[in-house]
Every structure is written in structure tokens, then in C-alpha cells.
Ligand binder design. Structure first.
Ligand code: 7TS
Length: 426
């Protein structure tokens, strides 16, 4: 990341003020991720599907194992020692997430199943606040998880869904944003980073403008958190959501950050144990934040695993990670011309290391299958972003998404494999 103003505007806790980083010791980092050591289809695994789900470091596996071996019981029961240990580990992880996002309080950190559930929770909760004439503003580059819940909210409430255009390069069209934002906009819900294009959006600027017209703001951080540390207070957003499994943590858990006052106003999403204060057949009252939104026994081991993943990331040099990731992306960009008929979809100025592409004469799913035969894992298809596929006039793309444990040799291997595929099959 070189452009300071873009970095600030996109709201990550920037690392420009830190001293220059020593290069990342990728070989050492790779030893922390046992899954990377294996062979797939007789070849050393080259895992370039991090955008779909990232791999887990040993410390995450150990933290979850230790939790089940030494600490497990149900949480918030206070009846015995194991219950106290489980509660301490679980709430400790919540504090780790709070610090990661720089939220003001752990009351603002709600555990969910992931990004999808977090957005659904907010969209459901806002039903009573919207009516005909109100507008919900999303963008053309959203994942279905940040489209359909708003579409359903619009249907329930009579509000209108508006869509910010995307430029051919894959940036948000800021003129389109300015034109569509109005006093009628009640909610702005946009992605911090596009899962297809890799674009890092200037979300702080968008949030500031949306707040100026009185709109609520939700940022989908699913693809941002593996690369940057968002500062929710600097961003000024009302809601920020992400999934643990893309952040090198376990599946089955994610986070909704919400401004305390707003979470107080939102009704519960699900009902049952944990989320109540007092139940009688005549009337039930809700627990305090964040428990009001956490009905039932939560994903305790998964919270512990996510906490361990964030601790692991905190131990790495963020500036070195960013530099290494950008080097991977630059190297991949530099090799595109070596493949006849290859074109990258998403050439924004400010990107995370995600490369969606097409190759003339090859269907994306065939590219995926042929790469897999060579041990290389990428994702192909519509990436849960069908409106964006329609915009580019493609059925899908092939997507290589890199993490800090990927190497420059792996980029070479990807392009050598693509060259072979292009030669043999086109
Ligand atoms: N938002 C964005 C920007 C995403 O990339 C994803 C998942 C989600 C929301 C949903 O996250 P979940 O954890 O609740 O499923 N994106 C992808 C992807 O790009 N490939 O597989 C999943």
C-alpha cells in the first residue's frame, strides 16, 4: 500500500508511520500452516483460494484443541471451575476482537456465524425503521450476502434498493455514489474490499458522506480483514462485519461490530436462552449487550480459535505483510502478458492481492479443474457476485487470491501451469 490518502480513506489502521519492515520470512511462516505441506494430485499444494477461505496456523488448531482438552463447558453459567475457564476464554476472545477493530467496548462485539449472518441480523433489525420512500444504497460489486438481505428488507418495508455503479476498471463510480446518495438514503451497505476485483474502496469517505445525510452505514469487511486492520472508530461506520474463516480462524463464527447506541435500539434477531434477562409467560425482557443478540449456546471453541488467529496476526509485522502481498500481486500482474488471451478483471489502483481473470477460449471452470490437476487451488465461478458478472458480461471468472504465506515461486507455478493449459487446450 503506497497511497497514503487512499489508505486513510479506506479506513485501515495504517502502518505508514512504522519503521520500514524487514522482508517477511515466508518460509518460517509457511511452517506455521501444516496444511500447506501436503501434496495434491501428486504435486506440492499451491493454495491460491484464500478469498474463499484461508488456512489456519498451528496456534489456532492448538488453542482449540487445548480449549476442548482443558477448559470446555458451557459459558456464562458460573456454576463451576470449567464453566469459569470456558467463559474467560470466550470473553477473552471477544476482547481480542474489540482491540483488533479498535471498538470502544466489548458490548459492541456480537458473535455471529459469519459475515452473512451478521448482515442478516442488521437487515432484520432495521425492518421497523424503514418505510416506503426510504432508500437503501449498496454497490454493484457486492457479494450476494450484502445484496439479498437488503433486497428482502426493501421488499418487507417498501423501501427502494439503489445501486452504486462500478467503473470498467472495477472501482466504485464516485459520481454515481454522489448522485444516488440523498436525504432519502437510510442505509449505505458497501464492501470494504471486493471479493472478485480485489478493489479497496474509499470507505471512510463514503461513510462520512452517508452520515452527512443521516444514513446508517454497514461495511462488509469479509475480504478486508485478512489484509488490513480496520479501525471502526476512524472509519466512523455504524456496523462492520467479517468472518473468522477468511481471517485464518475457524469456520462457524464471525463478528458483528455495531455502535452501542444502535445495537441498543435494534431488536433481537433470535430468541431463546442467553439473550434474555427475565422470562415469564406474560412478558420477556432482553439481556444486555452483546448477549441480547446471542441466543443459545455460542460457538465457544471457535471464538477461542478466532482469538488465537488474531493473536497470531498481531505477532507478525503488518507492514511486511502488506509489502509481501503487494509484491505477489505485482509479480502476477507482470506475468499476465505471458499468457495469450488472458485478461484481468479488476484493475483498480488500490487492490488487495486478488486476481480475477479470463482466458480466451477457456471456460473458467475448466481452468480451475486443469490447475487442480497440477496441485493449484483457485476458485472459479460467479463468486456469489452475479450482478458483477453480468456487468462484465462473463458467466464467471477464474480467481487467484493470495495470502501472506504464498510465495513468488507459487506465482510462477500458477503462470507456468496457465501457459501449459493455454498451449494444450486453446
Ligand atoms: N462478503 C464478502 C465480501 C465475501 O467475500 C464473502 C464470502 C461474504 C460476504 C460471505 O461470507 P460468509 O463467511 O458469511 O460466507 N466470499 C467468498 C468468496 O469470495 N469465495 O467464497 C466465499
Amino acid at each position: 500500500m503506497t497511497d497514503l490518502s487512499m489508505a486513510h480513506s479506506s479506513g485501515q489502521q495504517t502502518s505508514e508511520h512504522l519503521p520500514a519492515a524487514a522482508p517477511l520470512d515466508v518460509a518460517a511462516i509457511r511452517r506455521d500452516f501444516p496444511i500447506l505441506e501436503q501434496k495434491v494430485n501428486g504435486k506440492s499444494l499451491v493454495y491460491l483460494d484464500n478469498g474463499a477461505s484461508a488456512q489456519k496456523p498451528q496456534v489456532v488448531l492448538e488453542a482449540m484443541d487445548r480449549y476442548y482438552r482443558e477448559q470446555h463447558s458451557n459459558v456464562h453459567r458460573g456454576a463451576h471451575t470449567l464453566g469459569d475457564r470456558a467463559t474467560a476464554a470466550f470473553e477473552g476472545a471477544r476482547e481480542t476482537v474489540r482491540a483488533f477493530l479498535n471498538a470502544a467496548s466489548t458490548r459492541e462485539i456480537v458473535w455471529t456465524r459469519g459475515t452473512t449472518e451478521a448482515i442478516n441480523l442488521v437487515a432484520n433489525g432495521l425492518t421497523a425503521k424503514l418505510s416506503a420512500g426510504d432508500e437503501i444504497l449498496i454497490s454493484h460489486m457486492e457479494h450476494h450476502a450484502n445484496i439479498v438481505p437488503w433486497q428482502m428488507l426493501a421488499e418487507r418495508s417498501g423501501a427502494t434498493l439503489k445501486v452504486i455503479a462500478v467503473t470498467p476498471e472495477g472501482e466504485l463510480d464516485l459520481d454515481s455514489f454522489d448522485q444516488q446518495l440523498s436525504e432519502r438514503t437510510r442505509i449505505l451497505a458497501v464492501t470494504h474490499v471486493s471479493n472478485v476485483l480485489g478493489t479497496v474502496n474509499p470507505v471512510a469517505e463514503l461513510v462520512a458522506k452517508a452520515k452527512a445525510v443521516g444514513a446508517l452505514t454497514l461495511l462488509d469487511g469479509a475480504q478486508a480483514v485478512p489484509h488490513y486492520r480496520p479501525d471502526v472508530q476512524a472509519l466512523g461506520c455504524d456496523f462492520y462485519v467479517f468472518s473468522s474463516h477468511k481471517l485464518f480462524g475457524p469456520t462457524g463464527i464471525g463478528v458483528l461490530y455495531g455502535r452501542e447506541q444502535l445495537l441498543e435500539e435494534l431488536p433481537p434477531y433470535q430468541f431463546g436462552g442467553e439473550m434474555i434477562e427475565r422470562v415469564s409467560f406474560a412478558k420477556t425482557t432482553w439481556n444486555t449487550l452483546p448477549y441480547k443478540f446471542e441466543a443459545g449456546t455460542p460457538a465457544i471453541a471457535e471464538a477461542v480459535g478466532l482469538g488465537a488467529a488474531i493473536d497470531y496476526l498481531n505477532g507478525l509485522d503488518r507492514r511486511a505483510i502488506e509489502a509481501a502481498e503487494q509484491t505477489l500481486l505485482a509479480k502476477a500482474n507482470g506475468l499476465v502478458d505471458s499468457i495469450p488471451g488472458m485478461a484481468v478483471i479488476g484493475t483498480a489502483r488500490h487492490k488487495v492481492p486478488v486476481m480475477s481473470f479470463k482466458i480466451d477460449g477457456l471456460h473458467p471452470s475448466d481452468i480451475g479443474t486443469l490447475l487442480d490437476q497440477q496441485g493449484i487451488a483457485i476458485r472459479t465461478g460467479h463468486h456469489c457476485a452475479m450482478p458483477l458478472m453480468d456487468f462484465y458480461g462473463v458467466p464467471g471468472t477464474a480467481r487467484a487470491s493470495f495470502a501472506f504465506y504464498n510465495t513468488l515461486e507459487e506465482v510462477d507455478q500458477l503462470f507456468a501451469a496457465l501457459q501449459k493449459i493455454q498451449r494444450l487446450f486453446v
